[in-house]
Design a protein around this ligand. Structure first.
Ligand code: BEZ
Ligand code: FE2
Length: 402
């Protein structure tokens, strides 16, 4: 059954079309005017004061940590990391099925239709398989100590193949390498061999903190004491450039990269930078230099990270944070850039047929109230970010989300 929506504004997302109609079933069929003549049996909705735009993509979050509100310490990356290690055995079981489902509900209700979920334990698999969202499910490997490498690899393989059973056009089984400081080179190499063999997406936290920078560069800084006491290590598991070479030819999501050097960024052209402004703020990691990424023609997009380093999985909150944490660009043009990246990254970063209003793409759509007194059309993106808490209506694969 065909449905038609007409909205005052249609954001494709980068073009603004007035009073246009979109005809769709599971996928978008056609964009035009007077479509009811062509599809006389279609159901029809007109939204007088609204914008119709694609659902958002939130390409980096950790659902298994969704029970955290105030258990983890903020303010300093190393203090936070130690609090994760101290509390994770209490925190993970606290996030039961209903906690995971609540997290997913917030994600969808806030207009997100595609996610990249980093899974450390596999506890979130059933929820990610059942949700109507598009999910890139990244099974994560961790372990810098060679003595535990075999056990860590076996555990990773078990979880990865479990997820792979559920591959579909809306669920992709992918590989995550935790970081250069926490994954031994051989372990990273073996996990990436799997990614290569199955042509999966890859995700990696890279140069999130000053402590990581100093440890990876010269086995020094705040990580030194931590690694000596926690793991009996005096040397970093990887050096930056050698580590990045492991990712050559793989479509990779480089998460954070605040402390990355230009020569390292040059090696990241095989993917995109994932920017989590709230997490970076709370853990004291600084502000990503977006101008540098633009100069280098490196794509980036916005993500919330998990509730382990955020107060909300609502992507509108993250977009507002990005707007105010990067105060120099023109707010009107920057808002358009943010909305465009946060939608189109479903296709351009995660490879789903979603995030653009084009025939053949999934009807993953949000309908958002626009302030009645909007005078200048081009300012619509800014006002969507400023005024939206949640969209009025959502469609996932053409089905209205209740
Ligand atoms: C490890 O498993 O080697 C590790 C985990 C967290 C932080 C650092 C290292
Ligand atoms: Fe993360």
């Amino acid at each position: 059954m065909v449905q038609i929506i007409e909205a005052k504004y249609l954001l494709t997302p980068d073009r603004i079309l007035k009073d246009m109609q979109v005809a769709f079933q599971e996928r978008i069929v056609e964009i035009g005017k007077d479509l009811r003549k062509k599809y006389p049996d279609a159901t029809f909705h007109r939204y007088e004061e609204h914008a119709l735009l694609p659902g958002f993509c939130n390409p980096h979050l950790h659902l298994e940590f969704s029970a955290n509100e105030a258990m983890l310490s903020y303010g300093d990356f190393l203090i936070w990391l130690q609090s994760v290690i101290r509390h994770r055995e209490r925190l993970i079981p606290k996030c039961d099925r209903s906690c995971l489902e609540n997290a997913l509900k917030t994600i969808v209700r806030s207009g997100t239709t595609t996610i990249g979920a980093i899974s450390s334990y596999g506890e979130d698999l059933a929820s990610c398989v059942q949700t109507p969202l598009n999910v890139a499910y990244f099974t994560e490997i961790i372990g810098s100590n060679p003595a535990t490498a075999d056990v860590m690899y076996a555990d990773f393989i078990e979880r990865y193949y479990q997820a792979r059973k559920y591959e579909s056009e809306r669920f992709k089984s992918c590989v995550a390498i935790h970081s250069p400081y926490s994954v031994h080179r051989i372990l990273a190499q073996k996990a990436l061999d799997i990614a290569r063999k199955h042509e999966t997406l890859v995700s990696v936290h890279f140069m999130e903190s000053r402590a990581e920078r100093e440890w990876i560069d010269s086995d020094s800084g705040e990580f030194r004491k931590f690694f000596e006491e926690f793991l009996g290590q005096k040397r970093a598991a990887n050096r930056a450039l050698e580590f990045l070479e492991l990712f050559e030819g793989l479509h990779t999501l480089y998460v954070h990269a605040i402390w990355a050097k230009e020569e390292e960024l040059q090696k990241m052209k095989n993917g995109a930078i994932i920017h989590c402004p709230v997490s970076n703020r709370l853990l004291g990691n600084g502000v990503l230099d977006l101008d540098r990424l633009k100069r280098m023609d490196l794509p980036y997009t916005i993500a919330t990270d998990g509730l382990s380093s955020n107060y909300s999985l609502n992507i509108y909150e993250e977009l507002r944070a990005a707007l105010f944490l990067h105060p120099h660009p023109n707010a009107v043009t920057f808002a358009k850039e943010l909305v465009t990246r946060a939608t189109t990254s479903a296709k351009d970063v995660l490879g789903f047929d979603s995030g653009k209003i084009e025939p053949g793409f999934f009807a993953d759509l949000q309908i958002v109230k626009v302030p009645e007194d909007l005078m200048v059309e081009e300012e619509i993106y800014l006002h969507l970010i400023l005024h939206t808490h949640m969209p009025q209506t959502l469609y996932l694969k053409g089905v209205e989300y209740e």
